[in-house]
Design a protein around this ligand. Structure first.
Ligand SMILES: Cc1cc2nc3c(=O)[nH]c(=O)nc-3n(C[C@H](O)[C@H](O)[C@H](O)COP(=O)(O)O)c2cc1C
Length: 270
C-alpha cells in the first residue's frame, strides 16, 4: 500500500513537471507569451489592413520637438570627409573602453547629423539621414554630455531643424546614466551617451499598432549610422539595449508612454 502511494505521488509530481514545462514551451493551445502576442497582433493581413482603415488613429504630433527658453549651442557644419565605407564596415566593432581625452564638438556634430540630420527634401518636406516608415520620423535624439571640449556637462536635446543642441539639464549625470544602464561603466566613461527616444504617435498616426514595429526597426537604422560615423571619425562606440526604462525616461524628462527611450549609444575617444 505504502509503495502504491509513493508511486502515485511520484507519478503526480512528474505529471505536474511535464505540464509545467509544456506551458513554458508554449505547446499548441497554450496562452502565447507577451512577445508572441505582440508579433501576432501586429502581423499584416489583408482583412486586418482593411479593418485598420476604419479604426481611429491618433492625431499626428509635430515632427520636431523643441525646448523653448533653453540655452542653444549651434553645431559646426557637418562636412567631415572620412574613411571609405567598405573599410568602415569592416572596422566596426563595439568598443566599451574609452580614453579620458574629450570629444571635439565637430565630432559630436557629425554624429548627430548621421543620426537624424536633415539631408534633403521629398515632395517639399525635409527628410533625414536614416530612413523612416512614411517619412514620419518618430525619433528624438538626446545627448548626455560627459566629456566634450568646450561643452558644459549636462543633458541636451538635438534640435534637428537648427542642427543645434538645447541644454535641458545642466550637470554631471555620469552616475545616473551608468546606474540607469545596469551599471555598464562605459555609459559614464564615454564622451557622450546618445539616447534615442520615440514619439510613437507619429508613426501610429498612419500605421496603427503595426507602426510600433516600424519604430523598433528604425532605431537600428539610426544606431548603425551613429556606429559607422563614429568609426569613420576614429572613435569608439557601442549600442546599448539593456537599461532601466523608467530611470532613463525620468532622467530625460519624458513620460515613457507617449515618448519613450528605445536605444542608447555611447561614443568616446579610443
Ligand atoms: C539590440 C542590441 C543591444 C545591445 N545591447 C548591449 C548592451 O546593453 N551592452 C553592451 O555592452 N553591448 C550591447 N550590444 C552590443 C553587442 O554585444 C555587440 O554588437 C555584439 O557583441 C557583437 O559585437 P560587435 O558589435 O563588435 O560586432 C547590443 C547590440 C545590439 C544590436
Amino acid at each position: 500500500m505504502k509503495e502504491k502511494i509513493l508511486h502515485l505521488s511520484l507519478y503526480l509530481l512528474v505529471s505536474i513537471v511535464i505540464i509545467n514545462s509544456a506551458t513554458a514551451w508554449g505547446e499548441e493551445g497554450q496562452k502565447a507569451s507577451l512577445g508572441e502576442r505582440f508579433h501576432a497582433e501586429t502581423s499584416l493581413t489583408w482583412s486586418g489592413a482593411l479593418a485598420d482603415l476604419l479604426r481611429a488613429k491618433p492625431k499626428l504630433p509635430s515632427l520636431y520637438k523643441d525646448y523653448p527658453g533653453t540655452k542653444k549651442i549651434s553645431l559646426p557644419k557637418p562636412d567631415y570627409r572620412g574613411m571609405v565605407l567598405e573599410d568602415v564596415i569592416k572596422k566596426r566593432r563595439s568598443v566599451r573602453e574609452y580614453s579620458s581625452r574629450p570629444l571635439e564638438l565637430y565630432q559630436v556634430s557629425q554624429i548627430l547629423f548621421a543620426a537624424q540630420g536633415l539631408t534633403g527634401s521629398l515632395h517639399g518636406r525635409p527628410v533625414r539621414a536614416a530612413p523612416s516608415a512614411g517619412a514620419l520620423y518618430p525619433f528624438e535624439v538626446y545627448v548626455i554630455v560627459n566629456n566634450v571640449e568646450n561643452l558644459q556637462k549636462g543633458i541636451y536635446h538635438y534640435s534637428i531643424i537648427n542642427h543645434a543642441l538645447e541644454l535641458i539639464k545642466p550637470g554631471d549625470f555620469r552616475n545616473d546614466i551608468t546606474s540607469a544602464g545596469l551599471k555598464q561603466e562605459m555609459l559614464g566613461d564615454a564622451g557622450v551617451t546618445i539616447v534615442l527616444t520615440a514619439i510613437f504617435d507619429r508613426t501610429r498616426h498612419k500605421y496603427g499598432e503595426r507602426g510600433i514595429r516600424y519604430v523598433y526597426m528604425e532605431s537600428g537604422h539610426i544606431s548603425q549610422n551613429i556606429f559607422l560615423q563614429a568609426v569613420s571619425l576614429g572613435l569608439g562606440s557601442v549600442s546599448v539595449g539593456a537599461f532601466l526604462d523608467k530611470k532613463i525616461n525620468n532622467l530625460i524628462g519624458i513620460d515613457g508612454q507617449k515618448e519613450a527611450a528605445i536605444y542608447l549609444h555611447s561614443v568616446g575617444r579610443i
